[in-house]
Design a protein around this ligand. Structure first.
Ligand SMILES: [Zn+2]
Length: 161
């Protein structure tokens, strides 16, 4: 049995929106919090970091290489498509995901109340245990950002060696 670990990281700037109904995407969940994300795609940092952790584990190029932000087709793109593509590469390499562990660091929105929804959404792509926990920036100068750290463990049998 071959085992690989992958680490993914992403960070996006959050800005207070003039529209109090403004929403951001967090792990494929639309969260109305009066903020918007500064990004080329939909700015879903959870999706981006999970995608990168999986790509990294299987030794592929990172999300920025595969889906460049200079490409018009990636503008405002649904980040679920990036994760779908990464899962396609994971599956075609014969890999099975053991688990995915996610830490989201942001002051707003509060991740605790979104935990179940985000995990449920990610399980539409990842058929493995997914866990997510939230932390805050504790008053440091990163408070205007959403930051995500992910580790993923993958395994495959001997026939692919
Ligand atoms: Zn991103």
């Amino acid at each position: 049995m071959e085992t690989r670990i992958g680490h993914g990281y992403d960070l996006h700037r959050l800005e207070t929106a003039t529209d109090s109904d403004a929403a951001i995407m967090v792990g494929g969940v639309v969260v109305k919090c009066g903020l918007h994300i500064v990004a080329h795609s939909d700015g879903d940092a959870v999706m981006h970091a999970v995608t990168d952790a999986l790509l990294s584990a299987i030794g592929e190029q990172d999300i920025g290489e595969i889906f460049p932000d200079t490409s018009p087709e990636n503008k405002n793109r649904d980040s679920g498509e990036f994760l779908f593509e990464a899962m396609d590469r994971v599956n075609s390499g014969g890999w099975a995901i053991s688990n995915v562990d996610i830490t989201v660091v942001c002051d707003q929105p509060k991740i605790g109340s979104l935990r179940e929804q985000i995990c449920e959404n990610l399980r539409r792509y990842i058929v493995a245990p997914v866990n997510i926990k939230g932390k805050t920036h504790e008053g440091t100068d990163r408070s205007g950002a959403i930051e995500v750290h992910v580790v993923a463990l993958l395994q495959r049998g001997n026939k692919h060696e």
